[in-house]
Design a protein around this ligand. Sequence first.
Ligand SMILES: [Zn+2]
Length: 241
Amino acid sequence: MTFTISRRIGKFVFDRRVVLLLVLAGLLVAARSWLATHPEHNPWAPLDLNDPRGWATQQKLVALRDDVATCRAVLERSEVGFRALEPAGEGECRREDRTRLSGYPLSPDTPATTCPVAVAMELWKRDTLEPAAREIFGSEVARIEHLGAYSCRRMYGREDGPWSEHATANALDIAGFVLADGTHISVLSDWQGEGDKQRFLRAVRDGACGAFSTVLSPDYNAAHADHFHFDMDSRWTSVCR
Ligand SMILES: [Zn+2]
């Protein structure tokens, strides 16, 4: 009698384990096939800027900061035109990674930056800048006016202290925007107040925080009264202000 009961209990436990394993295997298969159709949520899928943004996008962007080859492969995969320029400079201003986007509307020219900055610029243009111009002004972005990417100097041009991200062109300063309908929006003249231009500038500043690791605007300090500073420094905690 005792023998039969314990055998039955044993069989029952065994069946439950089998059912549990089958359920887990089913979940695994379902998760794998879901991830295959949602690469933006899959940390192992290569980053493609044409995919929607997802849970894994940010982590993949961060990973590009130390890997030029992987970063340039992202631009190629995403069909973003660029040229890889020869390394240049010495010491703290040595630039191993000089990547110049081809079709980007920077004005007066498109400077070479690091590849992670180029990827972030493209992401920001697609996800934030162009939608904001359409939504607020019903127009397209014709030109993005910049104040430079590369500058061999320490932060704020000081004699000592940490080197600026500009020393390796891992940064970009943006001064204003010109839309296809002729609207001109300037960080210096249009930051203060309440209106479409102010709403636009705040939207593009806030949206930049999802693409760049550091975003500084006139809200940050007086040194940024006339431009947005965007960079891809490797600090874990980023500034977005
Ligand atoms: Zn700057």
